[in-house]
Design a protein around this ligand. Structure first.
Ligand SMILES: C[S@@+](CC[C@H](N)C(=O)[O-])C[C@H]1O[C@@H](n2cnc3c(N)ncnc32)[C@H](O)[C@@H]1O
Length: 177
C-alpha cells in the first residue's frame, strides 16, 4: 500500500484555533510565513479573507477571491511586503525573524488580533530549531505586546507535547481600538 501524504492534512495549531474566534468575523487575516498553509486553509474555512506570505508558496492553496498569495523573502532587508495594509488578524507560527516585530502591531487594524506561537529557549535540548536566532527569549512575546501597546488576551510559556516535545511561547493580543 502506498501512503499518500497530503500537507493540507496538517492540523491547525490549537492556540490558533483557540483565538481565531476573537478575530472580527470576515475580517482580512495575514498568515505570515504561511508554509504549506495549514492556517490559511483554516482561516479561509472560517470565512476570513486571507493574505498568505512566504518565500515558498508552492504548498499554498491557489489564490482566489478570498485568498491573496504573496511570494516574498521576509528577511532580505527589503521593504515590508504588505506596505501600509492593515489586518483584522495576523497569525505567525513556527517562524521568528525579530526585525519584523515592529511591523506586526503596526499592521493590525484598530482592535486587530495578533496570534503568535513559536519555539523558545530550551528547545535546543529537545530538537530543532536549536539556533538561538530562532528561539524566543523568556517573556519575549509579552515584551513585544507591551512595547507595541497590545493588550494581552492569552499567553503561554513552557513545554508542549504536540505535535512533538518542544519548548514554546504563545501569545494572543489585541491592538487598541
Ligand atoms: C516551520 S515553517 C512554518 C509554516 C507555518 N507558519 C506553519 O506553522 O505551519 C517556516 C516557514 O517560514 C518560511 N520562511 C523561512 N524563511 C523565510 C524568509 N526569509 N522569507 C519568507 N518566508 C520564510 C519557510 O518557507 C516556511 O514556510
Amino acid at each position: 500500500l502506498t501512503k499518500v501524504c497530503d500537507v493540507s492534512d496538517t492540523p491547525p495549531s490549537s492556540w490558533v484555533e483557540c483565538f481565531a474566534g476573537v478575530i472580527t468575523p470576515g475580517g482580512r487575516v495575514l498568515d505570515l510565513a504561511a508554509g504549506s498553509g495549514r492556517h490559511t486553509r483554516y482561516l479561509l474555512g472560517r470565512g476570513h479573507r486571507v493574505v498568505a506570505v512566504d518565500q515558498d508558496v508552492a504548498g499554498l492553496p491557489a489564490a482566489g477571491a478570498q485568498l491573496e498569495v504573496i511570494a516574498a523573502n521576509l528577511e532580505d532587508g527589503s521593504v515590508w511586503p504588505l506596505g501600509a495594509r492593515r489586518f483584522a488578524g495576523i497569525v505567525v507560527t513556527n517562524y521568528l525573524h525579530r526585525p519584523l516585530f515592529g511591523h506586526l502591531a503596526a499592521a493590525l487594524e484598530p482592535g486587530g488580533i495578533l496570534i503568535y506561537e513559536t519555539f523558545q529557549r530550551g528547545n535546543e535540548r529537545l530538537g530543532r530549531p536549536s539556533n538561538p536566532d530562532f528561539l524566543l527569549l523568556p517573556g519575549e512575546l509579552l515584551k513585544l505586546a507591551d512595547r507595541t501597546g497590545l493588550t494581552v488576551l492569552g499567553y503561554f510559556s513552557g513545554a508542549a507535547s504536540h505535535p512533538k516535545p518542544a519548548m514554546v511561547q504563545r501569545i494572543a493580543a489585541r491592538a487598541p481600538e
